[in-house]
Design a protein around this ligand. Structure first.
Ligand code: F6R
Ligand code: MG
Ligand code: MG
Length: 386
């Protein structure tokens, strides 16, 4: 099949600065990025584009015929972020240029700070896709909804009813600590899949394929900023593309997975658990305690490579109760203040002050007779501390 017949959707995002703290993208930065992409459209580099924001993240949604990981497309996104950063700096926006971790573009935007989700496929006669963009959380936040959408028949009726979905799906799961990937089958290996993806900081669902024909069904951005920079630079605010209908889950089945505001890591200073609240575009700003973490969902049709839409899918009273529950959970979690499980565990606090506090107290810790020998296993070792 020639490359020409396959359309690519690239969703590339970055926090390049925000209005009044870390809560919302300034419209002028959107305009600056739009000028770059409009020019690229005129030149034929991309077929179409839509720019929006999720909280403080500038979101570039593009279609083209150049495939995934294309240097020209990545450079274009980099340029759009740079132009937007210039405006952010002129306006004195907060944390201007935050996610652009490098000064020079070197062929692939992955690993340079921005988040990337791309998929390539032969367009169906009618091709509905849903693009999810979250703020104040991490890529593993999509693990739970993706399990429900593609493996849980109590969420997705089509897994039982639609013969085209009945064989199940293949999950491609990343270990972002080790840089490893594994493919697992649902429903056959569902318990093993859950054993991994229940640790969303480390195991991230990257892609999902339909088992019967290996058609791509979903893709998630997997960049984790702290693992790139080696220090806390902000959360990783993920994006995800999901294909819908006619042998894929229906749009309603995809959205259903977000009707439960599950706890995700992120929120204030990237260091707290809070509920993921689905909102319409107008509520895509993170105010209370820099949150709570939010997700928007935009529906498009892809026709001859053009993005038709969007439909603002969570702008619907059907999600009011989810939002209300998220508010109740927000109050409940906030009352824990700096205590776990509101505050993240020590493994995830590595890039914050916690190691410095421990270092400072090192000489003040004195031996204490516990009356037993503690057996503490470091992860992946058989070591016993005594
Ligand atoms: C989380 C986030 C914010 C900031 C917080 C402190 O991803 O971006 O919650 O961590 O507003 O920001 P600074 O340290 O820039 O004052
Ligand atoms: Mg920010
Ligand atoms: Mg953000």
């Amino acid at each position: 099949m020639s490359r020409q017949e396959k359309v690519t959707i690239s969703v590339i995002k970055a926090d390049i600065g925000s209005l009044a703290g870390h809560h919302k993208v300034h419209p002028d930065t959107i305009l600056a990025a739009s000028r770059v992409l409009a020019d690229a459209k005129k030149k034929g580099t991309i077929k179409s584009f839509y720019i929006t924001h999720a909280g403080d993240d500038l979101q570039l949604i593009m279609t083209h015929y150049k495939g995934v990981d294309n240097p020209e497309i990545h450079e274009l996104a980099w340029k759009a972020f740079q132009e937007a950063t210039k405006v952010a700096k002129e306006l004195g926006l907060y944390a201007a240029g935050q996610d652009l971790l490098s000064d020079a573009f070197s062929g692939n935007i992955r690993g340079m700070g921005p988040g990337v989700a791309e998929m390539e496929f032969v367009e169906r006669p009618s091709e509905p896709v849903v693009i999810f963009m979250a703020d104040k959380t991490e890529p593993g936040a999509f693990n739970l909804p993706l399990f429900k959408i593609f493996a849980d028949p109590f969420n997705t009726a089509g897994l039982v009813i639609d013969p085209r979905m009945h064989d199940g799906y293949i999950y491609e799961i990343l270990d972002v600590y080790e840089g490893m990937v594994v493919e697992m089958k649902a429903p056959e290996e569902m318990y093993d899949i859950l054993a991994l993806i229940g640790t969303p900081a480390r195991y991230i669902i990257k892609r999902i394929y339909r088992k019967s024909d290996r058609e791509i069904a979903a893709v998630v951005s997997s960049e984790r900023l702290s693992l790139i920079a080696g220090r806390y630079v902000g959360k990783d605010d993920p994006v995800m593309i999901v294909r819908a209908q006619s042998g894929f889950p229906a749009v309603g089945e995809i959205l259903e997975a977000f009707s439960f505001p599950h706890l995700v890591a992120g929120w204030m200073r990237g260091s707290h658990h809070g509920p993921l609240m689905p909102v319409g575009l107008r509520d895509s700003k993170v105010t209370r305690f820099d949150g709570p973490p939010r997700v928007i969902g935009l529906g498009f049709q892809i026709k001859n490579g053009e993005l038709i839409g969007p439909a603002d899918l969570f702008d619907d009273p059907a999600f009011d109760e989810t939002r209300r529950l998220a508010q109740v959970i927000t109050d409940y979690m906030r009352r824990h203040g700096p205590f776990m499980p509101h505050r993240l565990g020590p493994e995830e606090m590595e890039y914050t002050t916690l190691p410095q506090v421990l270092e400072k107290l090192k000489t003040r810790f004195k031996p204490f007779e516990l009356g037993y020998k503690p057996v503490v296993k470091a992860e992946g070792s058989e070591e016993v501390h005594d």
